[in-house]
Design a protein around this ligand. Structure first.
Ligand code: NAG
Ligand code: NAG
Length: 440
């Protein structure tokens, strides 16, 4: 920590000596934490203690509990109830495992529990072993609060971001891609699982894939085996055939998680599924429509410039016709918020786009921006941090972005967003949407 402060000081001196006196000094990246996940392949695995426990939403009133045991005989049931130490209910789940070159994973358990009451604390235990965990289900109605940060990794900055997310009273955490930064080193998936367990075992973590989830070895290993095995999301519950895209509902918000790394053109399965999913959205029941994916469509940072263009060309007209309120992406290690925008121009019926790939991974921040700032871009800053989306009622939501100032959370951007349902956009475009959805 002392060394880190010294580094910051050195950077501060360097910056001021180049005569760019900025009020806030951007910190350097921090190293990966040493979480002791590594093990030689021949080391024996007998531990039946549940580890890497995390929960996610799994259809109305249900949640999926996921955990890993080294012991392959450990059972996949979850005991749960509303008072500590008293488990009146039990649910049986299933399990998977995978191997990757020399590495073989522990037994990965996924067990759906429910029906659960809304806004209620449940105590649970995995496989009849180990500590008791505690989760809170989301509310049935507004207000509902989401914590948001992408590109997490597992560094000292990640720790800081997780700390701030922990302090904010949130119901669900949304992660627009890039979780562990394991990058083929499978034990880093395990250490990431351990790092996030204190938070991810208490609130649902809803994630979509980024480029760091894809661990391809040509002709040997295909894509997302680690991610899909460990971070199972409710794709079956939402009629999708792939863990790489799905949707879910919380209180009055319909959230679509798209995949930047799955096919997205008009003839793709993802596009077909998206049309079907949007056709089922009832804006009376879920007035807010939010979409997440990894690679931003509106990005004025020089990092990853233009990478989202193809997906934008393919899918933006559909999202526009559906009157999506908010689009959240990651990938660029910085924060940016747009005005309501469509087709590259400010548009009152378009979505607000937020890039928030600032969770704290080891690659550091993306500092260089295109100038002048495009007219759709409202706020941009290269800092680590997290966002909070508080949906107050069917018409108003409050967004704030909090930078990790050293290790303290400081609110650096905020605004009120009014839903498109409360404008004329949804009604005006309903015809357009119907005809797009009906196109074969
Ligand atoms: C914003 O910029 C775009 C492209 O540079 C331009 O076509 C458009 O007219 C501008 N809109 C406004 C409202 O300034
Ligand atoms: C929704 O919340 C906003 C902000 O607090 C408030 O001004 C507005 O009156 C609320 N609308 C309804 C219908 O309650």
């Amino acid at each position: 920590m002392e060394l880190f402060k010294l580094q910051t000081l050195v950077v501060a001196v360097l910056l001021s000596s180049t005569a760019i006196a900025e009020a806030y000094v951007r910190p350097l990246p921090r190293k990966n934490l040493d979480l002791g996940g590594f093990r030689w392949p021949w080391d024996s695995k007998t531990n039946s203690q549940p580890q890497q426990v995390h929960v996610s939403l799994a259809g109305d009133k249900h949640m999926r509990v996921s955990w890993i045991t080294d012991d392959k005989n450990s059972p996949s049931y979850v005991e749960y109830g509303k008072s500590p130490g008293r488990y009146d209910l039990v649910a049986e789940g299933d399990f998977t495992s995978y191997s990757y070159m020399l590495y073989s994973s522990g037994k990965i358990h996924h067990t759906v529990i429910g029906p659960l009451e809304y806004n209620t604390v449940y105590y649970y235990r995995c496989g009849g072993q180990g500590s008791e965990f505690k989760l809170k289900t989301p509310p049935a109605e507004f207000p509902v609060t989401f914590a948001v940060a992408g590109d997490l990794g597992q560094t000292g900055w990640t720790e800081s971001t997780l700390d701030h997310i922990d302090q904010c009273k949130h119901d669900v955490y949304l992660l627009p891609g890039d979780l562990s930064y394991a990058d083929y080193m499978q034990h880093l998936w395990d250490s990431f699982g351990k790092l996030v367990e204190p938070l991810a075992s208490t609130r649902p973590w809803m994630v979509t894939e980024g480029n760091h989830e894809e661990e391809n070895i040509p002709l040997l290993k295909d894509g997302f085996v680690s991610y899909n095995s460990r971070w199972k999301m409710p794709f079956e519950e939402s009629g999708s055939t792939s863990n790489l895209y799905y949707s879910f509902e919380v209180a009055g918000v319909h959230i679509v998680m798209l995949g930047s790394y799955a096919d997205y053109d008009e003839w793709s399965d993802q596009y077909r599924w998206l049309k079907e999913d949007l056709s089922k959205v009832d804006r009376k029941r879920t007035p807010w429509l939010v979409v997440l994916f990894h690679v931003p469509w509106y990005n004025s940072n020089k990092a990853h410039q233009g990478e989202g263009d193809d997906m934008k060309t393919a899918m933006e007209p559909l999202l526009y016709a559906a009157s999506v309120d908010l689009v959240i992406a990651g990938h660029v290690h910085a924060y940016e918020r747009s005005k309501r925008v469509y087709d590259g121009r400010p548009d009152p019926c378009g979505a607000v786009h937020i890039t928030i790939g600032d969770g704290g991974n080891r690659e550091g921040l993306a500092h260089r921006y295109i100038n002048p700032q495009p007219n759709w871009s409202e706020f941009r800053e290269a800092s680590f941090g997290h966002g909070e989306l508080k949906v107050v009622n069917s018409t108003h939501a409050y967004w704030s972005w909090h930078r990790n100032d050293e290790d303290e959370s400081v609110k650096a951007d905020d605004f009120w967003i009014t839903s498109l349902v409360s404008s004329r956009c949804v009604d005006d475009k309903s015809h357009e949407l119907r005809s797009m959805l009906m196109k074969p």
